[in-house]
Design a protein around this ligand. Structure first.
Ligand code: HEC
Length: 255
């Protein structure tokens, strides 16, 4: 149902953008200012440090449509599928895409497909794996929530350099870079982005998608190791699907 609604929406989006060229961006800016930049939210032009910053994150359009339509369960990010009118949704997605450097919002992905660039490049099992890697029905359990491969996805983790030899090895993956962040009242698995005098920027891996956070110097204590398990974030796939994804990664990532 929802997936169908998203497809419809994506189709409407492409249609609207190709008909009105520039105008959805302007309208999107207004909708964004009214609905997204308020309170503890995304700030003027998506530049906030409260809720995650939206500008310049390398989000692709499929990802933006997904988040705006579904929201992010367990966070302050609501679904706007029913609260905004369709033209407003179209406009705001175009606007956030623009903030993320999608200069030509006519990119052909409707959220279920791998990017056009991986289509012709891979065949058979690898092509199936490419599709599974980014597949919208997996919601935030899909690999592209945290990994960018071939220009598609969000690089929460460092670029994948070692492709596990088997599904068993993928499930047993060690995650040496994940640390534990502790404050007075919470403890969370984190992936560091930068540490400086201004504070520490990190991803909180408590839920998917990981949330980018900024800690004042000294307010979060970081220790090596964590109880976070990579195997728990890939449960949206069965073994045969993971096998296809590994075939894709082997084809896409040059050692
Ligand atoms: C919620 C986020 C998240 C999702 C979803 C996710 N991963 Fe990861 N993955 C990570 C993080 C974080 C690391 C890095 C951990 C470290 O280096 O300590 C990682 C590491 C890896 C590595 C090791 C990379 C290397 O070069 O050593 C592989 C391979 C990998 N992931 C594959 C996948 C595949 C395939 C999927 C989908 C089936 C997936 N991941 C889904 C967060 C995620």
């Amino acid at each position: 149902m929802r997936c169908f609604a998203m497809k419809l929406f994506a189709a409407a989006f492409l249609l609207a953008v190709s008909c009105w060229a520039q105008s959805p961006i302007k309208r999107g800016e207004q909708v964004f200012a009214k609905s997204c930049a308020t309170g503890y939210c995304h700030g003027v032009r998506g530049a906030s440090s409260g809720a995650p910053r939206l500008a310049g994150r390398g989000f692709n359009q499929a990802y933006i449509i997904n988040v705006v339509m579904r929201g992010i369960p367990g966070t302050g990010m609501a679904s706007f599928a029913t609260t905004l009118s369709r033209p407003d949704l179209v406009a705001v997605v175009a606007y956030v895409a623009m903030l993320n450097g999608v200069a030509d919002p006519k990119i052909g992905s409707d959220g279920d497909d791998a990017p056009a660039s991986t289509g012709p490049k891979f065949t058979g099992e690898a092509a199936r794996g490419a599709r599974l890697f980014t597949e919208a029905v997996r919601s935030f359990g899909r690999c592209s929530t945290c990994h960018e491969v071939d220009g598609f996805g969000v690089s929460v983790a460092q670029p994948i350099s070692q492709v596990p030899a088997s599904v068993a090895a993928l499930k047993a993956l060690a995650t040496p870079d994940v640390k534990t962040g502790t404050t007075d009242n919470e403890s969370m698995p984190v992936l560091m982005l930068s540490d400086g005098r201004q504070g520490t920027l990190f991803y909180d891996l408590t839920s998917a998608p990981p949330v980018e956070r900024n800690a004042q110097p000294g307010s979060v204590k970081f220790t090596d190791g964590s109880t976070w398990r990579h195997s728990s974030v890939i449960e949206a796939y069965n073994d045969a699907e993971l096998d296809a994804i590994l075939t894709y990664l082997r084809a896409a990532i040059k050692p």
